[in-house]
Design a protein around this ligand. Structure first.
Ligand SMILES: [Zn+2]
Length: 302
């Protein structure tokens, strides 16, 4: 099997789905990724396809792609049963990515004898080995194709949490996943910060925000959100969804519009920052890849 780009592998499937279901397919609902995993792998690998997509107790793991003992090999995708529908779709798409891109490793590399077991960090952010990043990109591209997302939220428009919540519903993913996907292509300056009790778990900037110096870099220290922020004040409601303008000096040396909501399980806060106007001059270091910052590991499910 030749190595494939995760993006083109997912885009090829999207093109088939567009042909079969129409370019407006997301108006009728998100990708049914469990069904797709079985149907699609039957077509590309009739003798060794995915046979089951099942809920399991997977302590410490979000999902797994596991080969069976029999030959020819049949496969199963497992997802942790505690996940809600949005996270489940992302997990199943991630494991389908491992099947499409990496299943040969099970025969070629003794480390993968038992299959692929993926942590929450790997599924949500592609953290870990390169294959985790690839499976993560595959999942984002499959569930949230950019052509459709750009029609839903144009590249040059600032999306609030309400609109991003509508996108999450359209693609059947979590608000976090939809927000991270939007940050990948928007040309506006925006940033998202996930926090627990006012301390940052991770943060990510759009490219334009990053290049204007608007990112949180602290990699090993705790970052405490400003005392005036919604997350620090635990003030969630209509006002935090609509957003307030925070003056210069609160978050950054320029004003920002801040929005915040707690996630559906109330286990972390998602803060969205919109920067206004033209970017201030900044000597950008060319390390946009690093615009995702993880602060510290905490046992918070999310
Ligand atoms: Zn994985």
């Amino acid at each position: 099997m030749t190595p494939k780009s995760s993006r083109s592998a997912a885009n090829n499937i999207s093109l088939v789905l567009n042909t079969v279901l129409g370019n407006d397919r997301f108006d009728r609902g998100p990708v049914n990724v469990g069904e797709l995993a079985i149907e699609y792998t039957r077509q590309i690998s009739p003798n060794s396809h995915i046979e089951h997509v099942v809920a399991e107790d997977l302590p410490g793991c979000e999902g797994a792609l596991v080969p069976g003992e029999t030959q020819p090999r049949r496969w199963a995708i497992m997802y942790d049963r505690k996940q809600n529908a949005g996270r489940r779709a992302y997990t199943v798409a991630h494991e389908l990515g491992h099947f499409v891109l990496h299943r040969n490793l099970v025969d070629d590399d003794p480390e993968f004898d038992g299959g692929f077991y993926c942590t929450k960090e790997a599924v949500e952010h592609g953290i870990g080995r390169d294959i985790e990043k690839e499976a993560n990109e595959f999942a984002a591209n499959l569930l949230m194709p950019l052509d459709d997302f750009r029609r839903f939220v144009p590249s040059d428009s600032l999306a609030g949490l309400t609109r991003l919540g509508e996108a999450a519903e359209r693609y059947g993913v979590s608000l976090t996943a939809a927000t991270l996907r939007w940050l990948e292509y928007t040309t506006t300056r925006a940033m998202v910060v996930a926090s627990v009790d006012g301390f940052a778990l991770w943060a990510k900037s759009s490219e334009a925000a990053f290049k204007s110096g608007r990112f949180l870099r602290t990699k090993s220290e705790l970052f405490e959100l400003p005392a005036a922020s919604f997350a620090a004040r635990k003030a969630y409601g209509n006002e935090s969804l609509e957003g307030v303008r925070q003056k210069a000096g609160i978050w950054f040396p320029e004003p920002v519009v801040e929005m915040c909501m707690r996630t559906d399980k109330y286990d972390f806060e998602l803060t969205l920052l919109h920067f206004e106007g033209k970017a201030p001059a900044f000597q950008a270091e060319d390390e946009f890849e690093d615009s995702y910052t993880q602060f510290f590991k905490i046992g918070a499910p999310g």
